[in-house]
Design a protein around this ligand. Structure first.
Ligand code: PLP
Length: 298
């Protein structure tokens, strides 16, 4: 069995319907802890056999999970988009606290929280959290990443036109996203920037896009079938405090040639400055260090 990059613990949540008003003590009894390498997931689980489920990844810094409520809000949003049972937020908060407590109190790590449709035919979801300490030095926060644009194959209005494609839900079906990163690497880059079939920049396979044009920072509007990023939202709160103009808009891919700076932002890697888009180089913006410092200090 392959060894994960660092020891990981898993916390299973026994199904608890939202609104079930259990006391904190009895909620604790619905959460069980194991080694993440223990064989615990059924081969009949629809999360494993069909990617039918949702997830969230949170950064943990010095023993504190970041953006807990933002991630839970997005978990609920994804659950509704997939017609999954409403998550019991008290139970998730409690399991997250236990998962964070299993990590070192200094350094960086992550929580991956997963909710699947459960075992085929059983009608109850499967839910767990994996807590893992990070072994990365996150050098790309300083050195940057090169990206290439890749066609996502659907138009900007996909979410309205075909909601069953689940554009903008954080589903477990990330095989396409991972394939896009491999394609970007084959093309000599580090990461991919998805572009809609009608020519608008969207997001990365695991991150949100921020672009600076002159004095304004723009992120693609989240009604374009992309994930509303929790890190992007946190950076926008900080930019507002700094008096920097930051907006949501459509970003025509052709306009990227005029960008003064750009970033891919996400919960664990935080703000990675983009140093090239399709081979056109970009300088690392001095705001980058401030963004990362603010995210780390949350
Ligand atoms: N977009 C996609 C497709 C993602 O998978 C992610 C994170 O994994 C993001 C954006 C960034 O979201 P967050 O900042 O909440 O991590």
């Amino acid at each position: 069995m392959p060894t994960p990059p660092s020891p990981a613990r898993v916390f299973f949540l026994a199904p608890l319907p939202a609104g079930d008003d259990q006391g904190a003590a009895s909620i604790g009894a619905t959460i069980s802890e194991a080694d993440a390498l223990d064989p615990r997931l059924s081969v009949l689980d629809l999360g494993a056999s069909r990617g039918d489920g949702i997830f969230e990844t949170l950064g943990v810094i010095d023993g504190r999970a970041h953006g807990v409520e933002d991630h839970l809000g997005r978990l609920v949003r994804s659950a509704r988009m997939l017609d999954l049972p409403e998550p019991h937020l008290g139970q998730w908060r409690s399991a997250m606290e236990r998962a964070v407590a299993s990590l070192p109190t200094t350094g960086q790590g992550s929580l991956k929280i997963v909710l699947t449709r459960g075992i085929e035919g059983a009608g109850t979801p499967t839910a767990w959290i994996v807590a893992r300490a990070s072994t990365s030095d996150f050098a790309e926060r300083r050195s940057g990443i090169r990206v290439v644009t890749l066609d996502r194959g659907w138009p900007l209005d996909i979410a309205d036109r075909a909601p069953w494609l689940l554009a903008g839900a954080k589903t477990l079906s990330y095989a396409v996203n991972m394939a896009a990163i491999r394609e970007a690497k084959r093309r000599g880059a580090d990461d991919a920037l998805f572009v809609s079939s009608d020519g608008f920049a969207l997001e990365g396979p695991t991150s949100s896009l921020l672009v600076r044009f002159g004095e304004t920072i723009v992120t693609p509007s989240t009604d374009g079938g992309i994930l509303p990023g929790t890190t992007q939202a946190a950076i926008y709160r900080w930019l507002e405090q700094q008096g920097v103009d930051a907006t949501y808009d459509t970003v025509p891919a052709a306009r990227l040639a005029e960008a003064d700076a750009a970033w891919f932002v996400s919960s664990v890697r935080l703000a990675a400055p983009i140093t090239a888009i399709d081979g056109r180089t970009l300088a690392i913006d001095p705001l980058t260090d401030g963004m990362n410092a603010a995210l780390l200090a949350r």
